[in-house]
Design a protein around this ligand. Structure first.
Ligand SMILES: Cc1ncc(COP(=O)(O)O)c(C=O)c1O
Length: 433
């Protein structure tokens, strides 16, 4: 039986953080209230490969992976060497740097829809830029959207307060949401707002993956209605395939947004697309000081070369599949309704107890027991796999989950899961829709 985790330093930092940082964290999904508060690490000190060490010296195999950006592994030599080499030359300049051109060329060679790109810094920035490009190009205002696009006003106008407070009411009418895999609903919206829709925005694979015919159906509907199709590839990009979901599905959008996975954790994002559409961006006020920051661009170049030269995505799919299959088998072994949805490089484990309160407690127990055994996963979040997750790491993970699920089964059978918990009740930290 693993020891109870020592989290003294984590807890001390957090106590100070809540006094100094609004909400305690820069990313709502990283707030500890959403994990297993009191029984799960909060602060990390360093990472290497697929592992991280927390500030109390505990070691874990990590599947949270910064919420997606790490594709090659922490401190991956080829990327870090490229960043160091660029650091010796300078971070950012008043003139342009050739690495911008090199990174753009590689993206255009790798991503099917990309004839041209613009680099920005975060996912929310590029989805907002893509919305502006689509509206400027078509001269229309309405956007049809399915899924999370980030915190920008365009997208969060649909969210109710408190998370959605501070956004002008008038923006609400500008974005209409549709359920992702329901092309009848999409068709109905396209017909209802005929001549007014600039673009359809969608992430075709998130916790679950859209069937291929649905994705092709979206393309066909957009063509039929003369509407742009924009894939949000912020999670799928450079993860499902070097060319993202559009390569995996064989369906090419007009515009696409990339961020996580583009630079193995360095802060960079890009909007890219067909030349005719992207050209409009040269006349728009889309401009940031840090878009040409060279360390991140050097990291993109190194990442894309690794994706080209090494079997990165084959390995990610293989280990992701082993993990998914192992999780499903363990659920069955322990008689626990534990399942894994989605695609192997970004699968989503789920407990399926009908009682929501029981389900929440079971998640807390599972996080508590897997963390004690050196594995980090996120409650209901995607399991991200890197090139550095090898068979032995996945085996170790499944062994930890095996023990954790035995405890879950025992706790549920006892009728009192809470007595097994060393954690406080969770709080919802992030409302995205
Ligand atoms: C599909 C998707 N789009 C957009 C975003 C926003 O990206 P960022 O957090 O970098 O602004 C996210 C972030 O999780 C995302 O998952």
């Amino acid at each position: 039986m693993a020891d109870k985790l020592t989290l003294t330093n984590s807890n001390r930092y957090w106590d100070e953080a809540v006094e100094l940082i609004a909400g305690g964290s820069q990313t709502n999904s990283k707030r500890p209230q959403g994990y297993a508060p009191g029984a799960f690490p909060i602060y990390v000190e360093r990472g290497k490969g697929c592992r991280v060490w927390d500030v109390d010296g505990n070691e874990y195999i990590d599947y949270i992976l910064a919420l997606g950006p790490i594709t090659l592994g922490y401190c991956y030599d080829a990327v870090d060497d490229a960043v160091r080499e660029q650091l010796d030359k300078g971070i950012i300049f008043g003139l342009l740097h050739p690495v911008e051109v090199e990174a753009a060329r590689l993206i255009c060679e790798t991503v099917p829809c990309a004839d041209m790109v613009r680099f920005l810094k975060g996912g929310s920035e590029v989805t907002s830029a893509a919305a502006r490009i689509a509206r400027a190009y078509t001269g229309r205002e309405i956007i049809l959207n399915s899924g999370y696009r980030g915190w920008g006003d365009t997208w969060s106008a649909q969210i109710e307060p408190p998370s959605g407070a501070g956004i002008p009411e008038c923006l609400r009418a500008m974005v209409k949401t549709f359920p992702r895999d329901d092309n009848d609903a999409l068709r109905a919206l396209l017909e209802r707002y005929k001549g007014k829709v600039a673009a359809v925005f969608v992430d075709v694979a998130s916790a679950t993956a859209a069937p291929k015919e649905v994705v092709q159906g979206m393309r066909d509907l957009c063509d039929e209605h003369g509407v742009l199709l924009c894939f949000d590839e912020i999670v799928t990009g450079f993860r499902l395939a070097p060319g993202g979901a559009q390569e995996y599905y064989g369906v090419t959008p007009d515009l696409a947004c990339f961020a996580k996975g583009i630079a193995n954790g360095m802060p960079l994002a890009c909007v890219c697309g067909k030349r005719e559409v992207m050209q409009i961006a040269k006349d728009l006020l889309i401009s940031v000081t840090y878009g040409g920051e060279c360390l991140s661009l050097a990291a993109v170049v190194a990442c894309l070369n690794e994706y080209k030269d090494k079997p990165v995505h084959e390995a990610i799919w293989e280990q992701g599949r082993r993990l998914m299959d192992g999780i499903k088998a363990l659920g069955e072994k322990h008689g626990v309704p534990f399942w894994c949805n989605g695609l192997a490089p970004q699968s989503q484990p789920a407990f399926n107890y009908e009682d929501a309160a029981l389900n929440a407690d079971v998640w807390s127990l599972f996080l508590q027991e897997t963390a004690r055994r050196g594995v980090l996963v996120r409650r209901g979040g995607l399991l991200f796999v890197t090139y550095m997750h090898k068979s032995e790491d996945v085996d170790e993970t499944l062994a930890a989950m095996d023990e954790a699920l035995a405890i879950v089964a025992e706790a549920v059978a006892s009728g009192d899961v809470k007595q097994f918990l060393h954690t406080a009740d969770i709080e919802e930290s992030f409302r995205r829709f």
